[in-house]
Design a protein around this ligand. Structure first.
Ligand code: FPP
Length: 246
């Protein structure tokens, strides 16, 4: 088991603090999200340079639907514009896009744009960019449970064959390795319903920096911090030290 972290293969980020950043600058919250998009663009660029294979970004949670209508509409518009502007560049750079979450609440044209982006970038091998929209970890667990129940009902699966691998395969993240490193910006120390199953053994890193101010330097600080962690996956420190030298 890889106890000595080198570079994380999968990094998951909660990009928090756009609203407060905007307030500090005397701007509307939507300007904070626009600035957040710029920050995300830089981190995506840097991630593949560090050999990260999967970058998961929490762009819109299942709970974000509860925000004021104008902010929700502005976010939806921003996602649509960002997809239109970025897709060619992402494809040229070998980036595969994968959306996770319940898309049914989004306007049809955005759902279609998401599908088009996934299809156009399918062959990308450099980095998989997972964008969580309308996503909640509990939603994902429930939809996986429904899929398993349906498969049992249709006699494709027997209940005694449900194990972690079968369950994982039914999650919207099916097939992706778990995040090695989870980063949350903006000062809060919580997971907020992101990747509940997948973060079981992730290393957690919290930054007080508001997301629009989170530069490549801050990202590299997080990667450096990760390199100093000892990942034990339930083993003892002694066992982990032995496996390093094995
Ligand atoms: C949380 O900050 C941020 C969001 C709910 C939206 C995140 C969206 C982006 C960064 C732009 C789009 C990015 C991609 C990859 C499509 P907050 O609004 O909760 O900030 P606050 O805690 O200061 O109020």
């Amino acid at each position: 088991m890889g106890a000595v972290p080198s570079e994380p293969k999968h990094v998951a980020i909660i990009m928090d603090g756009n609203g407060r950043w905007a307030k500090h600058h005397g701007l509307p919250r939507t300007a904070g999200h626009q600035a957040g998009l710029e920050a995300a663009r830089e981190i995506v660029r840097k991630a593949s340079e560090h050999g990260i294979r999967i970058l998961s970004l929490f762009a819109f949670s299942s709970e974000n639907w509860l925000r004021p209508k104008a902010e929700v509409h502005a976010l939806i518009r921003l996602f649509g514009e960002a997809l239109d502007q970025e897709i060619d560049r992402l494809v040229q750079n070998g980036i595969q896009i994968r959306f996770i979450g319940d898309r049914s609440g989004f306007p049809n044209r955005l759902q279609e744009a998401m599908q088009r982006a996934e299809a156009a970038s399918f062959a990308g091998e450099r980095l998989t960019l997972v964008i969580a929209v309308g996503y909640g970890g509990r939603w994902d667990l429930c939809q996986a449970a429904r899929t398993l129940a349906r498969r049992i009902h249709e006699a494709e699966l027997s209940e005694d064959r449900i194990n972690e691998a079968e369950f994982e395969a039914c999650l919207s993240t099916g097939g992706l390795p778990d995040p090695d490193l989870f980063i949350r910006t903006g000062g809060e120390r919580r997971i907020s319903n992101f990747l509940l199953w997948n973060l079981a053994y992730s290393e957690l890193y919290f930054s007080d920096t508001l997301w629009p101010d989170f530069t490549v330097k801050h990202f590299e600080d997080a990667l450096n911090d990760y390199r100093g962690r000892q990942r034990r996956f339930g083993r003892t420190p002694g066992q982990v030290r032995c496996s390093r030298h094995a």
